[in-house]
Design a protein around this ligand. Structure first.
Ligand SMILES: [Zn+2]
Length: 67
């Protein structure tokens, strides 16, 4: 065990490298950046995604309110 606890790479879980914190490599940094952009870049009105979400709520089926 090293004296300084290194946080694991959020991408692959390997010990992060000081030069690429908080990642273990520039590759993981790039991967995380891609994820971030994908998740953060919200495009309003995505018919494809909407259609792929799942079956439409069946009529007559009452969903209980979550408390
Ligand atoms: Zn990594």
């Amino acid at each position: 065990m090293s004296s300084a606890a290194k946080p694991p790479c959020p991408v692959c879980g390997k010990p992060a490298e000081k030069a690429f914190l908080p990642f273990c490599s520039p590759r993981c940094a790039d991967i995380d950046l891609g994820r971030w952009l994908k998740g953060g870049y919200v495009i309003p009105g995505r018919p494809e995604d909407d259609a792929d979400k799942g079956p439409a709520p069946s009529p007559g089926k009452d969903e209980p309110p979550e408390s």
